[in-house]
Design a protein around this ligand. Sequence first.
Ligand SMILES: [Zn+2]
Length: 210
Amino acid sequence: MIQHHPDMSTLISYAAGALSSNFTQLVKCHVENCSDCQAKIQEGEQLGGQLLNMHPSSSEATQTSSFDDFWKTNINERVFSEANIVAPTSYEDMIESLKDGQKWKSLVPGIGQIKLMDGAQGTLRLFKIAPGMAIPLHTHNGNEMTLILKGSYSDELGRFKAGDVADVDDDTDHQPIADTGEHCICLIATEAPLKFKGLLPRLMQPFIGL
Ligand SMILES: [Zn+2]
């Protein structure tokens, strides 16, 4: 049962095609498996339609039609057809398809990563955290979104299990700890390099490439 979801503002941005590609990939993985978020996006779509119908005026006619096109292209065709055509995948399948033959690279003992995207907009990475291991305490220069694919972790924000999304901004300090007997595998999209607290993590940062 999924308990943590992307913020509504994140879902709206996703539906409007306004998220950068690394965040889009992560949100898509969650939404395909989350009927709550699919419903929220659909409600947003209906609300958008109602708002358009509330103020019909000749001067806005051209604007409305271009917005209508935008909405149709971005929400109905791009998001929904994509999300609905793809049959629900298991998270195991998703991890394999994301890995695409790549091997886990050890950052520090107990934490492995696979970099899927790395560009000016940020990164998209798979993380594998051994039971009991923690990602060092950090804050962010920008947004960070985590989708749990396997296992679970706990941090200051709660407990996150497969399917849950942690959608955090630069006000959040957190230290996720894998909290069961199995590895926690998650997909993490970041906007900018993380800022670690404490001397050791800061010294390690250039080496582990976070
Ligand atoms: Zn959701």
